[in-house]
Ligand binder design. Structure first.
Ligand code: PLP
Length: 371
């Protein structure tokens, strides 16, 4: 089997797995308990927060930001957007569905255009912020898109947003562990992350927020965990996994970036050299080093996915989270692609363990199914 769907979910890193198993072997741990096992749990959670802050370019025990553990990237995104219902919320037209879905439920959401390359239109953002009648504003733009891998100009977005006194949230789910996400340099006010996208187990994510943001409204209520912002006994083994995944990602980031960039070039150059019926989305703009969204001139993504699957190759059509069903991507629509064109899109996303051999095999299989 050749698994090339790492933006959907990726392997648990061996160092993470070892540590998670060690924590499970420690026996029952509830960080809210006052006895020594509880204290161990509390320390483990704190360690994990510190590793996450460090990956985000923040100092250990940084007092400016706090880490709120959640069950997923979706929950972190929901927590932030649902807390700002009385603000004007500016989102990009290519946000993940866990943010975009709020356009159905919240009136004061303004959608900002992207250009043909899938990059946020800064002029559109600026003029909409300028014309806003709201005194309270928040901008939410993803760091990198899950379908295309296209990286957004977040530093510039933060500058413009802050000029108009708007806060900035960024969905960093796909960027973590693939590119440098230094929220301290960029001046992002809050960020969402998800463990299973970069080497931690499923079922854990986090929202990282400036301490000065004190209007978060918990969606899960009950006990006082996570300073009452997310009730329920913490998923200690997975949270530890998220911390170790962050630590390892920090150590390996440069190597991962170069390794995956090289493999992606091998993949794209190999496919383009042998196929004149394909196009790579966003080829001319900064992208994640592992993501290629490919359009075909006439074959639907469904036909291609089924043919590839029968040959033992797993890739995806469109969004990582859309349960394998083909659907029309709002991302490609926002970039101006026609419905016919976007129905041909399939995504190849590499992992840190993908090999040259797998890439070459993929190219061979792809050419065979297109003969
Ligand atoms: N945001 C982005 C950009 C994603 O790609 C995903 C999942 O694919 C999510 C949020 C949701 O993350 P989770 O699967 O942890 O709910």
């Amino acid at each position: 089997m050749i698994y090339l769907d790492h933006n959907a979910t990726t392997d648990i890193h061996p160092q993470v797995l070892r540590k998670v198993n060690e924590v499970i072997d420690l026996g029952p741990i509830n960080p809210s308990s006052t006895h020594s096992n509880g204290q161990i749990g509390k320390r483990l959670l704190q360690e994990s927060r510190n590793y996450i802050l460090s990956l985000l370019g923040l100092r250990l025990n940084d007092n400016d930001y706090r880490v709120i553990f959640t069950s997923s990237g979706t929950e972190a995104n929901n927590l932030i957007i649902s807390s700002f219902k009385n603000y004007e919320i500016f989102i990009s037209a290519i946000e993940h569905s866990s943010i975009y879905i709020y356009t159905k439920y919240i009136k004061n959401i303004t959608v900002i255009k992207v250009n043909k390359q899938g990059v946020l239109d800064i002029n559109d953002l600026t003029s909409k912020l300028k014309n806003s009648s709201f005194s309270k504003k928040i901008v939410s733009v993803m760091f990198a898109n899950n379908e295309t891998g296209i990286i957004q100009p977040i530093k510039e977005i933060c500058k413009v947003a802050h000029r108009y006194r708007a806060l900035v949230h960024s969905d960093c789910v796909q960027a973590m562990g693939k590119v440098d996400v230094n929220i301290s340099n960029i001046k992002i006010d809050c960020a969402s992350i998800s463990g299973h996208k970069f080497g931690a187990p499923m079922g854990v994510g986090a929202l990282i927020v400036r301490n000065s943001i004190d209007n978060l409204i918990p969606q899960i209520i009950g006990g006082g965990q996570e300073r009452s912002l997310r009730a329920g006994t913490e998923n200690v083994p997975s949270i530890v996994g998220l911390g170790i995944a962050s630590k390892v990602a920090k150590d390996e980031l440069k190597d991962r970036f170069h390794y995956m960039s090289r493999l992606r070039s091998r993949l794209e150059n190999g496919l383009l050299a042998t196929n004149d019926s394909i196009e790579i989305v966003g080829a001319g703009v900064p992208r994640l080093p592992n993501t290629s969204l490919i359009l075909h001139s006439n074959k639907t993504s469904e036909t291609q996915l089924i043919a590839l699957d029968l040959r033992g190759v797993s890739v995806s059509s469109g969004s990582a989270c859309s349960s394998g069903t083909s659907y029309s991507s709002h991302v490609l629509l926002a970039m101006g692609y026609t419905k016919n064109k976007l129905d041909t899109a399939f995504r190849v996303s590499l992992g840190i363990g993908t090999t040259d051999k797998e890439i070459d095999k993929f190219i061979t299989i792809y050419n065979e199914i297109n003969e």
